[in-house]
Design a protein around this ligand. Structure first.
Ligand SMILES: *Cc1c(COP(=O)(O)O)cnc(C)c1O
Length: 377
């Protein structure tokens, strides 16, 4: 994997931690380049809707108070989230996005010599945050149908394992784990190993057999559930996410959190969003319908694309990825390309999704031509 840092030079006087030398880079979704073509950013799984009027109003009001520090305890939003999930307030803790909460969890339980297991490919932040903590990342390949291989993840547990991430629905493949599978998995995991169920996309999951992290939090003593306001709630730009965890873990997460990491704007916007859940749900319903429409459109073209429970779809494009990304880009559709692996398309507006489908048609012609040429698939 590519490293974030340039090679060390003799001009460096101060020694950087060795963990930084093996740090894989986090590549954010691309922004549209300046161009005459209308462009659609479908590269970061963002919500295509503008903020709800009620949320916007709250944020504008709280902007009047940005000369003072936010509530470090996040008291009001903690209470609201605790009530929303019927858990004790002591089990809820926040961070500047759930990616920061994931970082808190890793730093709280894993260090030098410890192992952190996750499926691969999955959320790009896992290897980076694990490396930054000085711990060892253990990548367990997805199954051929793009799902978590839970038996293999369980078999990867050693006496050094401290933490396991289960990303469901999985970013970037969109597959989720079933409740039955996750119970079998949890029964096989030692209770001194923490299992993080990362549910950034849970709101888009309408599969009745899917696992719900909160049920597992209530059943097992070693489960943390990660939620974010960035995706379904449309607050990616404000940075707020949370963990639901056993109280002693929550206390540890608050201890390792950066002080005042969650702004007052983010806290009030999250609160206003929870109060507008009906409107949010209506948007989610539209996005899910659009996802299904785009999925069947892709299948009709000929793409072998797995069903997704998130707000995105995954094309396994292999070695043709870079070449095909260009076809999307030239059509004004900015997608997320993982070189040598695949392309993730976020669900956008109706118009954007139609553009994406059109580009996918051209990409498929090129894909079949390329794979016939190289015999690869
Ligand atoms: C987007 C995402 C997150 C969190 O995003 P934040 O904006 O930091 O809350 C966490 N996990 C996965 C798998 C994601 O895709």
């Amino acid at each position: 994997m590519e490293n974030v840092l340039p090679p060390s030079s003799t001009a460096e006087r101060v020694q950087l931690r060795s963990a930084l030398r093996v740090l894989p880079a986090y590549k954010p979704g691309r922004f549209p380049a300046v161009s005459d073509v209308v462009q659609y950013k479908l590269s970061s799984n963002e919500n295509p809707y503008p903020p709800l009027p009620s949320v916007r109003e709250t944020v504008e009001k709280s902007a009047a108070g940005i000369n003072v520090y936010p509530d470090m305890a996040c008291a009001a939003i903690t209470e609201a989230v605790a009530k929303r999930w019927d858990v004790p307030a002591g089990s809820v803790s926040f961070g500047a996005g759930s990616v920061e909460v994931a970082s808190q969890i890793i730093r709280a339980v894993a260090g030098e010599g410890d192992e952190v297991i996750f499926a691969w490919r999955s959320f790009e932040a896992y290897p980076m945050l694990t490396a930054l903590a000085g711990a060892t990342a253990v990548h367990v390949p997805l199954t051929t149908d793009e799902r978590h291989d839970l038996p293999a993840m369980s078999a990867a547990v050693t006496h050094r394992t401290r933490l396991i991430f289960v990303c469901t629905p999985n970013n970037p493949t969109g597959t989720s784990v079933t409740a039955g599978e996750l119970h079998t998995f949890m029964e096989s995991i030692p209770q001194d190993v923490l299992v993080v169920i990362d549910e950034a996309y849970v709101h888009f999951n309408v599969d009745p057999s899917a696992a719900h992290g909160i049920d597992f939090f209530r059943t097992y003593p070693n489960v943390v559930v990660l939620h974010t306001f960035s995706k379904a709630y449309g607050l990616a730009g404000l940075r707020i996410g949370y963990a639901i965890a056993p109280d002693y873990i929550s206390a540890a997460l608050r201890a390792v959190a950066i002080p005042f990491g969650v702004s007052a704007l983010a806290q009030t916007a999250a609160l206003a969003s929870l109060n507008a859940e009906d409107e949010i749900k209506a948007r989610i319903t539209t996005l899910v319908a659009e996802r299904e429409k785009l999925h069947s459109g892709l299948v009709r073209i000929g793409w072998d694309v797995v069903a997704s429970d998130g707000n995105f779809l995954w094309l396994r494009t292999g070695e043709a990825t870079h070449e095909l990304e260009e076809i999307f880009t030239n059509a004004g559709v900015i997608v997320r390309a993982y070189p040598g692996d695949g392309i993730r398309i976020s669900i956008g507006t109706v118009e954007a999704n139609a553009k994406a489908l059109e580009a996918a048609k051209n990409a498929f012609s090129r894909f079949t031509a390329t794979t016939q040429r190289t015999g690869e698939r």
